[in-house]
Structure formats: C-alpha cells, structure tokens
Write a protein that binds this ligand. Structure first.
Ligand SMILES: [Zn+2]
Length: 238
C-alpha cells in the first residue's frame, strides 16, 4: 500500500511470525535503497526493526527469489495473487506456520518455472494442502458418519469429509445430512485424494464438473470450520 509521500506499507508472510505488516520508508523515491524488490510475490530476506508501534520498520531487504518469469504471465500473476490471498485469510495471525510458508514459496516457485501451471486444478491442489496445514484435512477414505469405506457419494463440510449413500438416504436419525451435504463424484474424490498425497509439482487434473465439486468441498469446509470465505480458485471458466 502506498503511504504518505514516499513510503509503502507491506503485508508480509513470514515463516516464524506469520502475517506481519511493515513500513518501508522512502521506498517510493526514485533511487530508494530497496530498489524494485518490495513488490508482490518477491521472496525476500528482510531486516525488520520492532519499535513501539505494531508496524515493523524495514531496514534491509535482500532478494531470495524475484520470480521474474511469473510476472510476465497474466494467468500466473493471477494464480499467485489468489494463493497469497488464501494464505493471508486463513493464516492471518502472527503465529508462525513454517509449513505454510514453505508451501507458498513452493507454489510461487513452480508458477515461476512454468507459468502454464496456473490452472484451476493447480489452485485447488494448493488449497487442499492449505487445508491440511490448517488442520482441516477432509476425511475421504471412510464415511464421516458410520465409518463405512464404500458407497461414498457425498461430501459434508460440517461433517469434515465423505458421506456414504446409506447414511444420507436412510437418514439413520440424521436427517440433517440432507441439508449439509452435496454429491461428490468419483473423479472429484480421486482428485482430492491424489492432490493430498502427491507433491504440488505433480498436481492431478480432473474435468471441470469434478473440479467444481472439489472447490465446493473446500469452500464448505473452510466456511464451516474456519469461518473464512476465499475468492474463486481461478479466474478461468467455471
Ligand atoms: Zn455412512
């Protein structure tokens, strides 16, 4: 954010101190010592001074990765912005989550290596890994209601994972499953299981309708358990 005549306020995500804000004085002057480094999606090693205010002061910044290639591609820039936004909303406190930091670094670095990765399936695979980091990994191998591991046809965000046809149709005293679950097909289920078990660099693909179900499953989980609503995973066609 521009601030005053020549300053900037930065929102930073750090491995040990989570999300912090800092002021970079004079950073908008033409010959600022920070150069062009204080831009979105840079990975930096920073010197931050802690004063009396909550705002830290940037006293030094060294580029670790500038992600120059990512910046040349509109889709990759958009994907990077959505990834950073998701991390900022889900992990908005000053609590450190080194795993989340590493996941975000990895996501930006992969987009920089190959901007064509910026697909909806990549964005959803990233979000599924964020769910795990937030302690909200959905249970997919067995019904969250009865524990049965076959006939899993639905998903419940409030219940925390897959639901079997039997529990849904019989109600088994739980008519409430009808209102808080939706159909999740095999392709969507497989996508989620693979995205959770593979590295992000090897994110799976799935047809658009399946990805729509996956996005809804992630959104329902986050809304119910973290009270967070993220922007759409990608700007591409739904
Ligand atoms: Zn069941």
């Amino acid at each position: 954010m521009r601030y005053g005549e020549a300053d900037r306020i930065l929102h930073l995500y750090t491995p040990q101190h989570g999300r912090v804000s800092a002021i970079a004085k004079g950073s908008r002057r033409p010959h600022s010592r920070f150069g062009g480094r204080l831009e979105p999606f840079f990975r930096l090693r920073m010197d931050l001074h802690e004063g009396r205010s909550e705002l830290l002061t940037v006293t030094g910044a060294h580029t670790v990765a500038g992600h120059a290639r990512l910046r040349t591609d509109a889709s990759a820039l958009d994907a990077a912005a959505r990834a950073c936004d998701a991390v900022g909303r889900l992990f908005e406190t000053s609590e450190g989550h080194p795993g989340v930091f590493n996941l975000l670094c990895n996501a930006l670095s992969l987009l920089d290596c190959d901007p064509a990765r910026a697909t909806r399936s990549y964005a959803l695979a990233f979000r599924l890994k964020l769910l795990v980091a937030a302690g909200l990994a959905p249970r997919l191998s067995a019904c969250v209601c009865c524990g049965e591991n076959s006939g899993l046809t639905r998903f419940t965000g409030s219940g925390g994972g897959a639901l079997c046809e039997q529990c849904w149709s019989s109600g088994s005293g739980q008519d409430s499953w009808r209102g808080v679950s939706f159909p999740l097909g095999t392709e969507a289920m497989d996508f989620m299981a693979q995205a959770l078990s593979r590295p992000l660099a090897d994110a799976p693909e799935a047809p658009a309708p399946a990805l729509g179900q996956v996005e809804r499953a992630i959104a329902d989980t986050l809304e119910h358990h973290a009270h967070v609503r993220l922007m759409a995973a990608s700007s591409g066609p739904i």
